[in-house]
Design a protein around this ligand. Structure first.
Ligand SMILES: *Cc1c(COP(=O)(O)O)cnc(C)c1O
Length: 419
């Protein structure tokens, strides 16, 4: 390269970094508690560094088995199978339930785009039904209205770590109409209903350990069930699923280091940027452009490899403590809602939520411009969801409550800042 150009380029880079660093200092006070990766600690960073050096054991099935058994035990489920995401776990459920092209599944019209995708990839028709605005779960009466002779399954979800309001009623409707129930527990790992973890009332359930969920392996998730026939089918799918390639595994491990330093570390206001810059080529995003367009990406459909299972085991040992913290912080937000005159989210009777985030409905202007969160509360506000099929801006017809949540639902962080 021309030396002059190189000099200019270097100057530009240094200038950019200096101005970003300057902003970082200003942002120190504004950084606030993490909305993502809050359960990662220096111990996880250490494990990631060790695993980066232990390539010979990346395809060892033993740690994965240990992790699956530990999760099944912890979750009170008979079986658990791990994948590179709850979305892949959902694909395994489609296989386990034997859903076929032309079958219909009813899904809440307020979800992540990767949820309908898992059905679309298998040719299963997705029918959206509205939610309720107390826990943002599938609305039982909306569900009833959408059942047709082709309906084979219903997907209910427990969002923000709350147990959904119509949980038992949805299960009852499904039993009465002979439908399978898939529980999407991606945001509610560890939430309890009548003493059992969510996911154990339906036929199959999915959990996510993506970086913004209850605990993190950067990407990852489980399918669980209690029925031996479904277990055999889930295991079959897991057995057919390839491992991610070594470049992907390496990136995932680097992202444990990035996420801890950028989102959680007490020094993140200066160190986060350095680590982020040094490892900028390693960043993984969980939902790629193809998925936003409903296309199955080439790397889709993998099982979880050993090094991420080792991280997951370490995370699992800590998750109870973090969920306790989330519930305590939620009580503080309850008090804030009472004072500020906002409706608190519903905690269903006999349930123990995990409050992945604390959701509430605010004025639409306060969702469009969330900077008031910094100014008035010292926190970055979450905006799950900004569309019916997050993060895609497409709209789903006939779900007015979901539309209202899209306009008005914001989320407070529930993990405290580390110091
Ligand atoms: C995050 C999420 C998923 C997908 O989980 P991945 O592990 O990222 O595949 C599915 N459903 C809901 C409700 C989610 O929040």
């Amino acid at each position: 390269m021309d030396p002059y150009l190189l000099l200019e380029k270097t100057k530009r880079l240094l200038y950019d970094e200096a101005s970003k660093a300057g902003r970082s200092v200003l942002m120190r006070k504004l950084a606030g508690p993490p909305l993502s990766s809050g359960t990662l600690g220096p111990d996880d960073e250490k494990i990631a560094r060790e695993q980066l050096k232990a390539r010979e054991s990346w395809f060892d099935p033993a740690p994965v088995k240990d992790y699956e058994n530990a999760f099944a035990d912890w979750n009170g489920s008979a079986h658990a199978f791990s994948f590179m995401g709850a979305r892949v776990a959902l694909s395994s459920c489609v296989h386990a339930l034997g859903l076929k092209p032309g079958d219909e599944v009813i899904v809440p019209g307020y979800t992540c785009v990767v949820v309908p995708n898992a059905f679309h990839y298998a040719g299963v028709k997705v029918i959206y039904a509205d939610i309720e605005l107390e826990t943002y779960g599938l609305n039982a009466s909306a569900l009833r209205a959408k059942i047709t002779p082709d309906t084979k399954a219903v997907l209910l979800h427990h969002l923000y770590g709350l147990v959904c309001r119509d949980y038992e009623e949805i299960i009852a409707i499904a039993h009465e109409r002979g439908l399978f129930v898939i529980e999407d527990c991606a945001q509610a790992t560890g939430a309890k209903y009548k003493g059992r973890n969510v996911g154990n009332l339906g036929d199959v359930a999915i959990y996510s350990t993506e970086r913004s969920k209850v605990f993190s392996t950067v990407e990852g998730g489980f399918a669980t069930c209690n029925d031996p026939t479904f277990a055999q089918r889930l295991e079959e799918y897991r057995g057919m699923a390839p491992y991610p390639d070594v470049f992907r595994i390496e990136k995932e491990l680097y992202n444990v280091i990035i996420d801890y330093n950028v989102d959680v570390s007490p020094e993140r206001w200066w160190k986060g940027r350095l680590v982020g810059l040094a490892l900028r080529n390693k960043v993984v995003v969980s939902t790629v452009r193809e998925e936003e367009n409903g296309v199955r990406p080439r790397h889709y459909g993998c099982r979880l490899p050993a090094p991420l299972a080792v991280i997951g085991l370490n995370q699992l040992a800590k998750v109870g403590r973090y969920n306790q913290e989330r519930r305590e912080v939620a009580r503080e937000w309850d008090n804030w809602c009472d004072k500020a005159g906002y409706e608190k989210p519903l905690v269903v009777e006999n349930s123990v939520p995990v409050f992945l985030r604390y959701p509430l409905l605010v004025e639409p202007e306060k969702k469009k411009d969330t900077l008031w969160g910094y100014r008035e509360l010292g926190v970055k506000l979450g905006v799950w969801y900004k569309s019916n099929l997050h993060p895609v801006t497409s709209k789903v017809e006939g779900c007015p409550y979901a539309d209202e949540a899209v306009r008005r639902c914001i989320n407070f962080p529930t993990i405290r800042e580390r110091s």
